[in-house]
Each structure stands twice: as C-alpha cells, then as structure tokens.
Design a protein around this ligand. Structure first.
Ligand SMILES: *Cc1c(COP(=O)(O)O)cnc(C)c1O
Length: 360
C-alpha cells in the first residue's frame, strides 16, 4: 500500500529513511545477533546506543556540559507533576503562562503541590495568540517560570522568550523540539515527549541544569526524582530501550539534513507555503494571529461546518489524512513536523486551491 501524507498532531509522521533503516535492523542490530528490543539495557551495546543518542542531541541543540539529558517514560504529561515535585522547592510557588490546554493542564497539576500564579492567559480569545506579558505580575521569588513553546492544539509559538531574570525558565517543547534553534542556556529545564518530532511514543526527553537537581519534595516517588535518573544516566530501571534506539536514528537523520538550523529553514519554507495560501484565499482562513503562528501546527477553517466536513472527507480520499482540527477548535489542522516533506505541503496546498475553485 502507498504511504499517505499524514498530518496528525501526534503520534505523527516519521522520516521514511529512518523507518526503513529500523526495518533493516529490526531482527538483528549490528553484530549483536538480536533485536534492540531483546537486549539487556545493561549491555555494552545498548549503553553505546544510549550514549550516542545523548551525544547527538547534545550536538544538535548545543547543550552545555552542565545540563543533564534524561530519557524517561510517562510522556509529556508526567512532567506536569515532576516539574513541581522537583523544582517547587524553595518558596513553593511558580509562575505559569496559559497558552493552551497543555499549559493549563500543567498549571493545574502544579497547583496540587504549591502556589501557582497565572501570569497571563489567552483563554478569552480561544488561545489564538501568545498573550502580552506584564513583568509586574512575575513573582520575584518564584521557583520557576513555565511556558509551552509550541501550542500543538491552537497552533501558536513563542518567538521571543520572556526575561525571567534569576528565576529558571521551564519549557514544554514537545511539539517543536529540533524544529527550530533555541538557546538552551535561557532555560533551567526543557522537556519533550517523543511522539511529535523525535520518534515513537514512549520516551520523554528532559534537559535539566545540574544545579536544579537534588531538591525534590520529601514525598516525591523515587521514579519521579530527576536526580535519581541523572545519577544513573537514565538506567535506574529499564528505560524505553527501543524508543531510545529509534530516537537516536532520528537524531542522526536530523544531523544528515544539516542540523537544526537547516531543519528550521526548511520548516519556515513549508509553513510559508501554507500560510501564504491561507492569507490570499477567499475561502480558507487561518485561526491564529499572524505574529504568533506555529511552524509545526497550522489550524484553519472554512466558512461553514458543512464545508469543513466536506474538505476533510475529500482530502482523506486523496491521501491527506488526519487533517481534522482538535475538538475544541473545530475546522482543520495540518501538523507539518520535521518529517513532513516539502512535497507533502505543496500537494496539500494544491489540493486546497482546487477545493476552493470547486466550492466558490
Ligand atoms: C502532546 C503534548 C503533550 C502531552 O504529551 P503526552 O506524551 O501525551 O503526555 C504535552 N505538551 C505538548 C505541547 C504536547 O504537544
């Protein structure tokens, strides 16, 4: 069967080259005589897979030595609890900017462990923008300041990071990691679930500054302590071994594409194809204010529910799948992560043009 253009928000498309390489290595990895899935996580060969993946990510994101890279389980959502449990440890309070459902969930979870100050929210405009920040609302004694760099559901992204002074910035980069360059030194902690830009679901990357480790709340479960995983180099217990292997192959693929700067350039071009079309269309309309548009998730609507449904149905028949928007926004959303080739976006835009011509 022919592969479709998969615009899913996550789990999402993976690079075909990596899928094919994994297929070749599925039964026997290298000279091991076994699948990565069958290996002891304590073996030399698996350790080399893990360390290579860490080093490649360190190179790709220019991560300095005083940051630890952890490969954990539990998805992005487990970080919503791990962050307050480990970092809300001096003054038991933190600042959150609510830019969508993931940020809201993170703030709600954190409020179970301490005081959460909502600095700003764009809920009143259905999260169609990154809200303006008033630094007078920042808490000077906050243990950290939390943002969601790319808002997967609503299709917005932070273009400029807030200046939080000595307060560590914490970022959820689940849906934009390795899609654009980022200055990691601006952050105390950055995390991402794998299933959008990195690989199959099951592994979560946490990049954390060393000085923030070792101060978890007294009752924090051992498995939710960053310092335990850092001390054991993500081998405290059995990590998601196959996920780490696959993600490592994706890191190599990103390097082969020219690294993160090259990915960003390609992603900007892909997004521009779609947004330029939306801006001149008489029928389709983007739902996000222009300056905050995401490079990864582009939501858009047609004038009626009937047309939205018709578009989604006809698109699917043409091999453009998973274009239905999130239930809270409606309409459509095209997720165009690193693995979506330019041709996929070009073909989608051509289809949208034809749909417009047929439905005016
Ligand atoms: C998908 C997503 C999550 C949730 O990830 P899970 O692995 O399903 O827990 C969190 N934040 C953002 C920005 C996401 O896109």
């Amino acid at each position: 069967m022919k592969r479709v253009y998969n615009f899913s928000a996550g789990p999402s498309m993976l690079p075909l080259e990596v899928l094919e390489q994994a297929q070749k290595e599925f039964v026997c990895y290298g000279s091991s005589g076994m699948s990565v899935m069958e290996m002891s996580h304590r073996s030399k060969i698996f350790e080399s897979i893990l360390e290579k993946a860490q080093q490649d990510l360190r190179d790709l994101m220019h991560i300095p030595d005083h940051y630890k890279i952890l490969f954990l389980q539990g998805g992005g959502s487990t970080q919503f609890a791990m962050i307050p449990l480990n970092l809300m440890n001096k003054n038991n309070c933190a600042d959150y900017v609510v830019t969508g459902q993931w940020a809201k969930k993170a703030a709600e979870e954190a409020s179970r462990y301490g005081k959460v100050n909502i600095v700003a929210s764009s809920a009143d405009t259905t999260f169609d923008r990154i809200p303006e920040l008033d630094p007078a609302k920042f808490q000077k004694n906050a243990d950290y300041f939390y943002i969601t760099l790319n808002n997967t559901i609503y299709g917005t992204r932070w273009r400029e990071l807030p200046d939080t002074g000595d307060v560590p910035l914490v970022g959820d980069m689940s849906s934009s990691i390795l899609s654009e360059e980022i200055d990691i030194t601006r952050f105390g902690l950055l995390f991402a679930g794998a299933q959008k830009n990195l690989g199959p679901a099951g592994v979560t990357v946490v990049i954390v500054r060393e000085d923030l480790l070792g101060n978890a709340m007294e009752f924090t479960p051992t498995m939710l302590k960053y310092d335990i995983h850092a001390k054991n180099n993500s081998l405290y217990n059995t990590p998601p071994t196959y996920g780490i292997y696959f993600m490592g192959r994706v890191f190599e693929w990103v390097k082969a594409q020219g690294g993160v700067a090259a990915m960003q350039k390609r992603n900007e071009e892909k997004a521009a194809l779609l947004y330029d079309f939306l801006d001149q269309s008489q029928l389709f309309r983007g739902t996000v204010v222009k300056k905050d548009r995401s490079l990864m998730n582009a939501p858009f609507v047609l004038p009626t529910e009937e047309l939205n449904a018709k578009f989604i149905k006809e698109a699917e028949a043409q091999g453009f799948v998973n274009l239905k928007g999130h239930r809270t926004v409606g309409g459509m959303r095209a997720s165009i992560y690193n693995a979506m080739p330019r041709e996929g976006v070009e073909a989608l835009v051509a289809f949208m043009k034809q749909f417009e011509a047929d439905n005016r």
